[in-house]
Unconditional design. Sequence first.
Lengths: 443, 265
Amino acid sequence: MTDASLNSPDASRPAKSLTHEDARTKKRNASERRFRMYGVAAIGTGLFFLLALLTAILSAGLPAFKQAVVEVPFTLTQEEYDEAEKALLKTGVYTEYFITSLSSTMDAEGVEIEFDKKAVERLLGKVGGELRTYYRENEDDLGAPIAFELAAASRVDRYLKGTFTRDDLQAGNRFFMPEDFDLIDAMREAGLVKQVFNWNFITGVDTGVDNPGGAGIGASVLGSFFMMLVVLVLSLPIGVAASIYLEEFAPKNRFTDFIEVNIANLAAVPSIVFGILGLAVFIQFAHLPQSAPLVGGLVLTLMTLPTIIISTRASLKAVPPSIRDAALGVGASKMQAVFHHVLPLAAPGILTGTIIGLAQALGETAPLLLIGMVGFVARYPETFVEGFFEPNSAVPAQIYNWAARSDAVFTEKAWGGIIVLLLFLITMNTIAVILRRRFERRW
Amino acid sequence: MNDMRSLERDVDTNDVKIAAKGVQVFYGDNHAIKDVDVQIDDKTVTAFIGPSGCGKSTFLRCINRMNDTIDVCRVTGDIHIDGEDIYDPRVDPVQLRAKVGMVFQKPNPFPKSIYDNVAYGPRIHGLAKNKAELDEIVENSLRRGAIWDEVKDRLDAPGTGLSGGQQQRLCIARAVATEPEVLLMDEPCSALDPIATAQVEELIDELRQSYSVVIVTHSMQQAARVSQKTAFFHLGNLVEYGETGQIFTNPVDPRTESYITGRIG
C-alpha cells in the first residue's frame, strides 16, 4: 500500500460542478481583481502627476521661447543718412526718423495716438542706435523699404502674454508709464505686433536685471556640453576598464568584495558630498580654476563612475557563460574572449548605462554650486580650450540662478530652461533606447 | 540499430594519446574526482558514461584545462598528452586548448555569421595567410562538420539562426577548424532530436580517422554505437575502463553491470 491511497477523495464529499465557482475560487478571483485595480490606480496616479507636471512646465516655460516684436516698414534715403551722420546726436536723429515712420504707418492703418521719443525707447529699447548700426553696415539698403523687427521690452512682452496688467504697474516706475499701455494697444491695433520664435533665448547669454528679456541659455548649454565631454572621456574608459577587470579577471577575495561594496555605496552618496570633495581636492589642493567646466566635469565623473561601473558589470554578467566557454574552447585567451565576444554583446547595455549616467550628470546642480559654477556668465568662451578652463555655468545651475532672481521675466526664463534641459534628457534617453534596440542581440 | 555490432569493431591503433595518472579534482571542499588513472588511445572514440554528477564532465574539462576558469576548482595529479604534462606551469592553457578542441553540451555558436564562427579559431591562431586560405579552411571544416551543404548559400547568416542540430554541427565544425589533435565532446547530443543525433554520431565516427575523440554521454546506446573504448564513472571514481564491447556485454565490476542494466543511475 502506498501513501497515495491515504489521500483518496472522500466519497462522502458532494460532487462539484466546474461551471459553478466555489467560495475559494471566488475569493481568489476577487483578490486578483483587487490587485489589478491597485495596479491600474497606481499607474493612473503616476500618469496624472506626470501630466500635471508637464502642463505646469509647458504653460509656464513655453512663453520664454516666444518674443514679441514690432515690425515697422522703414525707408532711409541717402540724404537723410548723410544728414544724420553729420548731426551731433546721431542716434537721436535716427530715432526721430523712426518715430515719423511709425506715426505715418499707424495713421495709414487708421490708428491715432500721440507719443514721444521716451515712450518708444521704453517700449522698444534704443531704436536709434539699432537703426544706425544697421545702415552703417548695410549702406546698399539706403533708399529701399525695409521691414524692421524690433524686439519689444520684456514688460511689453509680458503685457502681450497677459502676465503683466495695468493693475500690476506701480506708481513711479521709470521703466514703464501708464500711457505706454495705450501705445502698445495702438501698435497692436495697427497690426505691427508679431510673436516670433525667441532665438535669443537659445543662443544668448545671461543678462543683468536691467534687461531680463535678453537673457539666453546658450552659454550655459555650452558649459554643460564641455562638462559632458569631460565626463564622457573620463568615465567611460575608466568605468568600462574597471568593470571588465572586476568582472572577468579579478580574483574573488575579500579585497575585491570590499571594492564591490564600496562601488555600490558610492552610487548612493549624495551629490553635494562629491561637490565639497571636488572643491577640496580639485580647487583648493590641485589649484584648478574655479567655476571651470573642467572641474565640474571631474566632479561629475566621480559621480557617474559608480553608475557606469554597476551597469557595465550587470551587462557583462548578462552575457551567457557559454559564449566565454566557446571562445576559450577554440583556444582564445581570456582577453580575446572578453574583447572579441563578451564586450560586443555587452556593448548595448554599457552604452545605455553610460548615457543614463551622463543624463544624470547633466541634471546635477548641487555639486556645481559648491565649485562655483553658478556665477553670472555673460559671454561665450572664445576657443575650444577656453571652453574647459574659463568660468562658465551649466543649464541646471543657470535655471537655479534665474529662479532665484526677483524679476518675473527671469522666472519665465527658468521654466524655459527646464524645458531645454528636459529636451536634452529626453533626447539622450531616446538615443539610449534606440541603441539598445538596434544592437541588442539574442543568443 | 544493432548495439551488438560494436562487438566486431576492432581498434585501429593503440598509441596512447592522453595518459592521466592519479587525477584528483576538488571544487572547494567537494572531492569531485578521486584518483583517476586512464589512458586514452589515439584515433579512437572513448566514451565516458555514468550517472549524473559522477565527475565525467569534470574529468573531460581537465583534459583541456577548462576547469582553470572556475576559481574554486583545484586539480592534482598528472595528465600527459603526447608525453607532455599539461599541468606543467610552463604550459599555456591557450595553446593547449588549440590542440584539444571542445564541443559543449548546449550548442553555443557565437552570435556572428556562420563564416565568422568557423573562421574565428583559425584567425586567432594565424592558420590562414590570406582570405582564400581562410575560405578553404572554413569550407573544409563545414564539410567535416557535415553541415556544408545546408549552409553554403548563407555563410553570412547568423549562426544563432540555425536549428539546434545544425548549431551543434556548426560548433563541431568550429572545433575542428583549429586543427586540434583531440576533440572533447561534453554530451553533444543531449539537446538534439534523434535525426540530428544520428548525423552527429555519424560525424563522430568519421572524425575518428584523424582525432582522438572523447565523448561524455548519458545514453548508453550512444556510447555503444560510437565508441571503441568506454570508461564508467561512479561517484568520482573511474570504476571500469575497457573495450566498449566488453564493458557492455561482460562488465567486471558489479556497479558497471548495475548501471548498464538500469539498476542504478
